[in-house]
Structures are given as C-alpha cells and as structure tokens.
Design a protein around this ligand. Structure first.
Ligand code: MOS
Length: 702
C-alpha cells in the first residue's frame, strides 16, 4: 500500500488551502445575497455600511466595474445587471479590513427590490417544459430504437413506475474560497478549484484579459465533487474587489451561501417502463426524465443516458425535458445523470425481478448486451457480469429468500438489495513536462490538481514506474495553471487523462537518457508531451466502468428508522493505479450514495423560493455512525484503450446504484417500495402502517 504523499503535510497543518494563503495587506469581501427569488433592484443604500470604520468599498450594480466578457456566463456576470434571477444570488458586496467588519457591513446594505412572482416548483406536467438541444455534457436529448410503445404494450410483464430525486447540494469539507492578488494587469488567484487552467481561462475571459494574465494556484483542495469544476461568483468577487480596492482580497463562501451560488443537483421526476417476457428477458426499456434548470443558464442532467447502455432490449426510448425555474443554476454533482438516473432504472429492475419472480442478480445477467444496445458499438471492456457474480459470492447472496417483510431480528426488519453501477470511462487531452537534471533529480509538471483524492500519490507512483526511478527522486508539481495544461479533476477523467500525458513524457525522456547511455548534459534534459493526437485516435468503442452494489438494511419495526448494516461494492474500472486511494474514492462514493438514499434533500420553500435547510444542521449527510460496514473491491480488468495506465477512473462510479440497492433492501425488509428519495422514516410509516406498526406486536413499544 502506498502512503499518501501529502498525508504528513495535511495532518500537521502545513498543507495550505486557498483561503490560508498569506497576502500582505489583505482585505476581505463579503457578499450580500438577494432576499427575493425574482425581480429587480431599484435602489441600493450603502451609507450605513460605508460609515462603519474599516469598510473600504461597497460594490453594487451602480458602481461595479464592467466585465467585458461577462455575457458568456450569466452566473459570473457579477453586479452587471439589476435583475434578480434567484434568491441568494450575490447582488452586492462589502470589502473591509477584516472579515468581521465586512460581514457586519454586508448586513447594513439596504437594497430595495421590485419583487416579481416566482416559480420554483418542478412538476411532471409543468407547462414550461421543453426539449433541450442536448443534455450534459453533450449527449443526444432523446433516443429511440425499434417500437417502444408497441413492445411495451405487448409485454407479458410490465413495470411502469415514477421515481423522484430531490435537489441535492455538494458539501465538500472546504467551501469555495479565493484569494485574489493583482500585480498591474496580471491576476493571481489562490482558489479552491478542480481545474486551475479552466478557472484561469474563464476568469481571463470575464475580465477581458489575455489567458496568460491570470494564474490560478490550488495547492490543496478540500473536496469538490463537481461543485468546484468551474469558477463561481466568489472568484469574480475576489478579483473585482481586489481591483476596486487595490489590495489583495480574500473571499470565502459560507456554507449557507453554497446552496445558492455553487450549484446543485437538479431534482428529477423519472418515469421508467420495463416490458419483459415471463423469464425476465427485456423487450422494451423506456426512461423519461423531467428536471429543472435556471432562467440564467441551461443545465440539463443527463439522467436517462445510462439506460441507453445497461441492458439489452430490442425496443427502447429515452427522453429528457427541462423547465426554467427561478432557482439557482443546477450544476455538476458526483456522477451527474448516472447517479439519479440509475436510482430509477435499478429500482425498476428490482421491481421487475419481483414481478417475474426472478432473482435480481440473475435478472441482470439475463439482460447483458453483447454490444452497446443502441449504437451497436463494441464495449472496450464490460465487467458488469463479473462484478455481479463476484459481489454475490462475497456478500453471501446465494439462497436469499425473496419474500419481503418476513425477516425479523428483535425490533429490526432486515433485508438485502442489489443494484448495478456504471460510469463513462473517458480521457481528455492533457500535457505534461518531465525533466532530469545532471544530478539525476527529476521534475514532473502538469496542471493537475489534488482535490483530496490522492492524485499526487497516484501521479508520483505512475511517474516513478515509467521513469524506473524511486519516487523520492521526483519532484511533482501540480495545482498551478502556469504548468502544462491538463484536464480538470472531474468526470472521473483526472487519472486517465493526466497519467496518459505523464507516462508519455516520462517514457520519452527515459528513451532520450538511454540513447545517451545515461549521460545527462550539464543543462539537463526535458520533454514535453501532449496527448491530443492520441486521444483523437481512439477507436469508436463504448467505454464504461461498471459495478455491483449489495446492501443489507435494518428497519426499526416501530419507528421506520433505516440503518444500513452492510454495503459491498465490487467494481470493474480498468487498472487500479493506486489501490489505497482508489479504495478510499470508492468508499467515499458509496457513502455519498448511502447519504443520498437516506438523508440528503435540499427542501425548496415555494413561498420564499429558497432552501430553508441551508446548513449542515438542516441538510443531513451521512456521518461515521451511519456507515458501519462499507467494503469496496474490484476485479482485475484490462482496458486497452484509455491510455498507457489502462485506468477507467473511479471518482464517480462508486455513488451510482447505491441508493437503488438500499431502496431495494428496504423493500425486501418491509415490503414498502419508496420511489422518492430520501427514504425517510415518515415515508415508511405513511406507506404501510401495518408493516411498520407503532406499538404493534413485536415492536419495541415505540
Ligand atoms: Mo465531477 S461531478 O465530474 O467533478
């Protein structure tokens, strides 16, 4: 097992996160959020705020510097208009000598609004629903193969069910934060981001600067899950406030502010229809998704996309419809699309297994496709069946009694469930530079970033292997947009993309050194590699990671409280580059999936148009006591097409399917099918009071 190379820095506090970067004479920016969900600002009175000693500036739509490139992203067009698009949108800001003063003064800024009626409620028949041109990141909106309607109507066994997932918010340990420092016309940002080059490019565009005029440094980042995949309003605010005051400015997003300005997973309403023969073989698969975006930007979660490749069936259709509501813009959240979509599909597969009287593992094996069932492309590798078999053996699935609601352990009803996982396996063009000095020290440079995943450790191990030198002979430089440009830490593509460039550069350098019989010239040797051509030359194959998740739950027969007693995930994700870091990523994903199943919900208040549970007291996430036994494992898989490391990526597949496995285990325990997440005890109590009976026979007397 490789120890995490940044471990000692983190546990001793030497590792610096964005906000901790020292900046001489730094001032602090604090945002003023809108208190209406839709309307116009008609007046700003900053006099009381400006009268507070230590206040340097109050920035409002009246006096904010114009941003020449702001039109490209309305979420970054800070203070450029008087229109309010959602509650919590930053509409002004205070810059002051101290954080406390800025915060107090922000509360003194008086803003007059013309309030307009707002609509924040997603419904399956909303009149504003429309068909977007594509869904994220650029998939076809709808697909159709064969005659879905006819085949579904004619099927001997039919499942037709609607599943709902709520709005959810990413909660990395470190909220978004930026330190902005101008030197003349160049800007340095210390930022909590998943992609230093992307932030540098977008911020330069917003301010009308050349790309090289903005440098973004992210030494250590405390999680992201997609929320930090793009610059947010805090980055623009820090840079603008530093421009206005002529001082370095620190700006941190508070936890409650994250519910407005750092994106959310859109709520979804998903109808899944499965038509099968009595032996479980699918004839028809239909998946129709409805979700929301904001009035500012279109962001459509690709929730039906996984249903296009999971199972064989000659007749199929997928659709996505979206409505613009007066809500913050939805954004990336771990396995966007696959995660909510597979809750629906995999729950429906469990319902089909029950309807056919077939074991749910066997049902999935019976519907394995030989090629991509919609495109006909071969899979580069497909490990679902192996994961299901290996998982079933490890979990002790054989001999499971399918009858629901019959197992009792004291006050607990117990049950087990299974679901499949999947995530696209991709890589994006990246560059790396590798050099060696005459003294034999190596330097590997790439604008990758370690957001807590263990990327440093994995990259160092891969570079050492490719160079055939010990890791301590290598200085690894990442987390800086001035380094060779690279894919962001997102889309489960970091490791595949970065290792491709690093290995290519390392091998080329090693060849050069060998060609010189090991003699490095006094000035050293350096190699720059770019994988754009390699990635363009990939064959047209379907590439996915897969997994199988098994859950065991205990449901209190008196109260409906659900506890997950065991969770096992077995994954097929190509070569596992760094086992300790991979295990931790997979367990993290599964924990987040458990959290989605039982806890997470950003509740929308339709009257105020806001999330009232906007902190970690009201928005519950799974904590240590909620996850007693999680085990993540993987099968050996050879993936020949995703670069020399053969890695498919493991950042997201772990969260996919977890919620369905748990929901199916709750059904097995109680006989109650919960189709709208999270599975709270009140839903169980309301659904079937006779199954979960308050004070009933054998109950703990609740
Ligand atoms: Mo992830 S949602 O691709 O950062």
């Amino acid at each position: 097992m490789t120890a995490r190379v940044d471990g000692p820095d983190k546990v001793t506090g030497r590792a610096r996160y964005a906000f901790e970067h020292p900046a001489d004479g730094a001032a602090y920016a604090w945002a003023v959020p809108s208190v209406i969900a839709r309307g116009t600002i008609h007046a700003v009175d900053a006099s009381a705020a400006l009268a507070l000693p230590g206040v340097l500036a109050v920035i409002t739509p009246d006096n904010a510097p114009r941003l020449p490139g702001a039109a490209a992203d309305p979420e970054l067009a800070l203070f450029q208009s008087r229109a309010v698009a959602y509650r919590g949108q930053f509409v002004a800001a205070v810059v002051a000598d101290t954080l406390e003063t800025a915060r107090e003064a922000a509360g003194l800024v008086r803003i007059g609004y013309e309030q307009a009626a707002h609509d924040v409620t997603l419904t399956a028949d909303h009149p504003g629903l429309y068909k977007p041109d594509f869904v994220n990141p650029r998939y076809e909106t709808d697909t159709a193969v064969g005659d879905f309607d006819g085949a579904f109507a004619a099927a001997a066994v039919r499942v037709d069910a609607t599943y709902r997932t709520p709005a959810e918010h990413n909660h990395p340990m470190e909220p978004h934060a930026t330190v902005a420092v101008w030197h003349g016309d160049t800007l340095t940002l210390y930022d909590a981001t998943q992609g230093p080059p992307r932030v540098a490019g977008q911020v330069a565009a917003v301010f009308g600067l050349e790309p090289g005029q903005v440098r973004v440094i992210a030494d250590h980042v405390g999680g992201g899950f997609g929320a930090k995949g793009m610059p947010r309003a805090n980055v623009i605010l820090a840079a603008m406030a530093a421009r206005v005051t002529g001082r370095p400015v620190k700006c941190a997003v508070t936890r409650p502010q994250m519910f407005a300005v750092t994106g959310h997973r859109a709520p979804s309403i998903q109808r899944v229809r499965l038509g099968a023969a009595p032996d479980g073989r699918l004839a028809a698969i239909g998946h129709d998704v409805v979700d929301q975006t904001s009035t500012l930007k279109e962001f459509t979660e690709q929730s039906a996309v996984a249903s296009r490749h999971m199972y064989a069936a000659p007749h199929r259709r997928t659709t996505h419809r979206v409505v613009r509501l007066d809500v913050p813009t939805p954004s990336w959240m771990r396995a966007p699309g696959e995660c909510p979509g597979m809750f629906a599909l995999e729950s429906a597969m469990d319902e089909l297994a029950v309807a056919c009287g077939i074991d749910p593992v066997e049902l999935r094996l019976r519907n394995e496709p030989a090629v991509h069932p919609e495109t006909g492309q071969p899979f580069s590798s497909r490990g679902l069946a192996a994961c299901l078999r290996e998982g079933a053996a490890r979990f002790g699935w054989a001999g499971r009694d399918p009858a629901p609601g019959v197992r009792r352990d004291g006050p607990w009803l117990t049950g087990t469930g299974v679901a499949a996982s999947t995530y696209p396996a991709r890589a994006m063009a990246s560059q790396a530079r590798v050099s060696v000095s005459a003294a034999g020290r190596y330097q590997v440079s790439i604008a990758a970033v370690d957001i807590g995943t263990g990327a440093r450790t994995a990259l160092l191990a891969v570079a050492a292997e490719a160079l055939r030198v010990p890791g301590d002979a290598i200085d690894l430089r990442i987390g800086d947009s001035a380094l060779p440009p690279a894919m962001i830490a997102g889309g489960s593509m970091g490791t595949a993309s970065w290792t491709w460039a690093v290995i290519k550069a390392c091998r080329s350098l090693r060849d050069q050194v060998r060609a010189r019989d090991g003699a490095v010239p006094p000035g050293g040797l350096a190699v720059h590699a770019d994988t754009a051509a390699d990635i363009g030359a990939q064959p047209e194959h379907a590439r996915y990671s897969f997994g199988a998740q098994f859950a065991e739950v205990r449901v209190d027969a008196g109260t409906g409280e659900v506890r997950v007693s065991r969770l096992l995930g077995v994954f097929a994700a190509g070569r596992i580059v760094s086992p300790a870091q991979a295990r931790s990523q997979l367990i993290g994903g599964m924990t987040m999936g458990l959290s989605m199943a039982l806890h997470e919900e950003s509740a929308m208040d339709p009257e105020f148009g806001d999330y009232p549970n906007h902190d970690l007291a009201g928005y519950h996430i799974a904590a240590h006591a909620d996850v007693p036994g999680i085990e993540a494992a993987w099968i050996e898989e050879d993936e020949p097409e995703l670069g020399p490391a053969g890695a498919k990526g493991i950042g997201e597949v772990g969260i996919v399917g977890t919620a369905a496995a748990i929901a199916s285990a709750v059904y097995h325990a109680t006989g109650i099918r919960v189709r709208d997440l999270p599975i709270r005890l009140d839903k169980l109590l309301r659904a079937a009071p006779e199954a979960i009976s308050r004070g009933g026979p054998g109950s703990p007397g609740g």
